[in-house]
Ligand binder design. Structure first.
Ligand SMILES: [Fe+2]
Ligand SMILES: [Fe+2]
Length: 326
């Protein structure tokens, strides 16, 4: 039976208060959890009153945030909007090193994708990843960071949400390095971040299963491509590139991929790029049943045993730009 706290918890979401800029006041309530006489409750820490905002500002400025903070589920979109606004401002700080900026972008994107995948947040919060990608594209375009700066900060434990952010950022770096237009680069990054979005519609027990999938389970899992395509199509605001990346990233260059067994240039170029980044990230991250491969070993495997799966020109370019990490 659900306790009162369980029921409450369904409506509250953990936030990272550091992601809020104290110069942009929040328009929603912030809570903390309090345990008193064996009962745990969410207690209001700050509302949008000026004196409360001041309290939040002082807390963030102090850098000593020992407590966890929460907001109501319905305020998630506003929270993520505020976090991306703050991020945009941080990026203009010339004093902040690139590595720190990249890390901030990574953390904010990860939080958006985590809320989406693990807490069934509405598709509305995905708008924030759109903004994050734009910020990151600007950051990478003016800095010589590329794959190297991203590979240094990516999470090496595999979760759908970390994998999504990793692939998005690798795609983005690929677009910047190969001098694709800013519009294409952003769409490539966004499509990378959302390529597995269809997994949000698949049973969480299957997604989080420890160990390899059975043939039957694999058949169910394969649906994430078409499901992802449907989600993005229904959002109606992205060009076909983004939709194709979700629908075609498991197609193989030499055929026999899924869902449609497309071959070569029948597969969208955006999806062919996504395929390389997707496999590279999957190989270089840890899962309960497998170790993470070193970048060099992952590339060797991709070139030899898996060669036919990738567009050779894209794989070659990726290896060239990966340079310092190998
Ligand atoms: Fe996938
Ligand atoms: Fe993937």
């Amino acid at each position: 039976m659900k306790t009162a706290l369980d029921q409450e918890e369904e409506h509250f979401r953990l936030i990272n208060i550091e992601h809020l800029g104290y110069d942009a006041p929040q328009s929603y309530d912030i809570f903390y959890k309090s345990s008193l006489y064996g009962t745990t409750r969410y207690v209001k820490f700050a509302s949008n009153r000026p004196s409360h905002q001041e309290k939040v500002r002082r807390l963030i400025e102090s850098g000593e945030i020992g407590e966890s903070f929460y907001i109501r589920e319905e305020d998630l979109v506003k929270y993520h909007q505020q976090a991306t606004r703050t991020l945009r401002k941080l990026m203009t700080n010339p004093q902040m090193p690139l590595k720190e900026k990249t890390k901030k972008v990574y953390d904010v994107s990860k939080e958006v994708m985590k809320d989406f995948f693990e807490h069934n947040a509405s598709e509305k919060i995905l708008k924030s990843s759109d903004e994050v990608i734009e910020i990151m594209e600007q950051c990478l375009s003016v800095n010589e960071g590329g794959f190297h700066s991203i590979a240094m900060i990516t999470n090496k434990d595999y979760y759908t949400y970390t994998h999504s952010v990793n692939v998005g950022l690798y795609c983005l770096a690929f677009g910047v390095k190969t001098k694709m237009s800013a519009k294409d680069t952003r769409e490539l990054g966004l499509g990378g971040m959302w390529h597995d979005i269809g997994k949000s519609k698949i049973d969480a027990n299957l997604i989080n299963k420890n160990g390899k999938l059975t043939d039957e389970e694999f058949q169910v899992m394969k649906n994430h491509t078409s499901l992802g395509q449907d989600i993005l199509e229904s959002m109606k605001c992205y060009r076909t590139h983004v939709v194709d990346m979700a629908g075609q990233h498991h197609e193989n260059f030499e055929g026999n991929g899924y869902p449609n067994g497309l071959v070569g240039e029948e597969i969208s170029r955006f999806a062919r790029i996504c395929k390389v980044m997707d496999v590279y990230d999957a190989l270089t991250t840890r899962r309960s049943y497998k170790k993470a491969l070193k970048p060099y070993d992952a590339i060797t495997l991709m070139k030899t045993k898996m060669g036919g799966e990738f567009d050779p020109e894209i794989l070659q370019n990726f290896i060239r730009y990966l340079g310092p990490d190998l």
